[in-house]
Ligand binder design. Structure first.
Ligand code: CMC
Length: 462
């Protein structure tokens, strides 16, 4: 068995002794050689390890995918220990310094930087697909006045699949391209409509004369002026923020897009899954939580007490810590550099003083340094959004807009990957087995379910 495994050719030639892992099953005394490729063993190679012929075989158990690579990808590289982030090999610092969000979106999806001609065509396409069907507008109008904009975005992106039914032809590369263009073009429009809906303001249609971020600012903030003129400093800051948020390899929402997309559903439905995952407070919702946390801290004097509560696990230091970064998140560093530029336009936000002091004290504290907890992308982004006058509910939407390009790139890559199959993890079953059904009259109560009186009487709650 061991020799057979060592000889296995996986397309890359014969494995050498150095490229294998020798495993002895102490239950049977049997030894197996498992091939190591790219520092990884294949979980399926363990299935051959059995105690008996009818045994299912050994599985790996990895809740939360802490140590499992779910795909091969050439889109985004992160070195969490060194604090490095690259898109298609280009360092994030260079892209933020020299590129635009739309150019980066092209790079992520098509793999290389576009020529001038390609970029012009791409920008033209995106610009001319920013309008949404009028029925989408009516759909947004149907939400309650205080509906969370992420909930509205989730629903409207999902609804787009009904407007573009041909997008389900996912083997058609032109359909895939059109879905990419439509999603990148329309997500800012949907986001701005959700924002204006919350305020009871008329929706503003896209303006094709403006840049991608400039048009978004117009759809958000235009009032009675005939032509909205975005401040170029805000336009640039937004563009940089969007470059920073465009992709981040196999994070929770990208994993959701790949997982749902692996069922071969249309791209709009797969992206809606990404928005749903991003909505959560441990993922895209963290920037909102950072601002709420700074509000609770109230002043610099209260920071030591707050940090004590974090250490006693009564609070969590939002905007700190990351599953992959065990160093300063490079995105946080770039955002921090842009905070001052934004405040030069909007006026200083006093919460910045609390944030800067909070960061300093946490980075001086053994509790945080020993756990390698550093500021992440969300620590300062919320302050910029607040300076732009955005309500906290909109912060996660500001993350979803640029992440759309990363989700599309990852979804596309998944469809091209020969190893893609429907994502279907295994489980360790821990429940009862093969019980006889008890007739209702013979049962004793074994379970309690929560009951809320208000739900029974609130007609709006249904
Ligand atoms: N505040 C206080 N303690 C923390 C924090 C924090 N923000 N993050 C981690 N820890 C502690 C945690 O209690 C644990 O301590 P111990 O070993 O003593 O039990 C240790 O650090 C390891 O943490 P973990 O929860 O095992 O780490 P994880 O990789 O499962 O979680 C995380 C990563 C991002 C969910 C977590 O750090 C966190 O909740 N941070 C706050 C939320 C946040 O800022 N999220 C945005 C992430 S970046 C943008 C994005 O990806 O969406």
């Amino acid at each position: 068995m061991a020799e057979e495994q060592a000889q296995r050719d996986d397309g890359g030639g014969l494995a050498t002794a150095r490229d294998t892992l020798t495993v002895t099953d102490n239950r049977t005394g049997e030894t197996y050689d498992i091939e190591v490729t790219d520092g990884t063993v294949r979980a399926m190679d363990f299935r051959q390890i059995k105690v008996a012929e009818d045994d299912f075989g050994l599985m790996t158990y990895d809740p939360a995918f802490m140590n499992t690579a779910s795909c091969r990808s050439s889109i985004c590289f992160i070195d969490g220990e060194a604090g490095v982030l690259e898109y298609r090999g280009y360092p994030i610092e260079q892209l933020c310094g020299q590129s635009t969000y739309l150019e980066v979106a092209y790079l992520l999806i098509y793999g290389e930087l576009p020529t001038e001609e390609q970029l012009d065509e791409w920008v033209f396409e995106i610009t001319h697909h920013t309008f949404v069907h009028e029925n989408i507008k009516k759909f947004v109008e149907g939400f309650r006045y205080d509906a969370h904009p992420m909930g509205m975005l989730l629903a409207t992106i999902g609804a787009l699949s009904t407007f573009y039914p041909d997008a389900k032809n996912i083997d058609d590369t032109l359909e895939r391209h059109m879905a990419a263009v439509r999603l990148i073009a329309k997500v800012p429009t949907l986001a701005a409509f959700a924002y204006r809906h919350n305020l009871g303001l008329p929706y503003v249609y896209p303006d094709n004369d403006l840049s991608y971020p400039g048009n978004f600012l117009s759809m958000m903030f235009k009032m009675t002026e005939t032509k909205y003129e975005p401040d170029p400093r805000l336009e640039r800051a937004l563009d940089v923020l969007w470059i920073l948020h465009a992709d981040h390899e196999q994070n929770c929402s990208t994993n959701a897009v790949r997982g749902v997309g692996s069922s071969e559903v249309d791209p709009y439905s797969a992206m809606a899954a990404g928005v749903a995952a991003l909505y959560g407070p441990l993922h895209g919702g963290a920037n909102e939580q950072v601002v709420r946390m700074l509000e609770r801290i109230e002043s610099v004097e209260n920071i030591p007490g707050f940090l004590e509560r974090v250490k006693n696990r009564e609070e969590r230091l939002m905007g700190f810590g990351h599953r992959v970064y065990k160093n300063y998140d490079p995105r946080a560093r770039i955002i921090k550099e842009h905070v001052d530029q934004v405040f030069a336009v909007t006026g200083r936000n006093p919460k910045l003083d609390i944030a800067v002091e909070l960061e300093k004290r946490a980075l001086d504290d053994e509790y945080f340094t020993s756990r390698k907890l550093y500021p992440n992308v969300d620590f300062y982004s919320g302050l910029i959004y607040e300076a732009l006058n955005l309500p906290t509910d909109m912060f996660t939407v500001m993350f979803a807009i640029p992440r759309t390009s990363g989700w599309i790139a990852q979804w596309d890559e998944m469809l091209e990957d020969e190893e893609t199959k429907i994502a279907r993890p295994r489980q360790i079953y821990t429940g009862a087995r093969t019980r006889d059904y008890t007739p209702i009259g013979e049962r004793t109560q074994l379970t309690d379910k929560p009951t809320a009186e208000t739900h029974l009487i609130d007609p709006a709650a249904g």
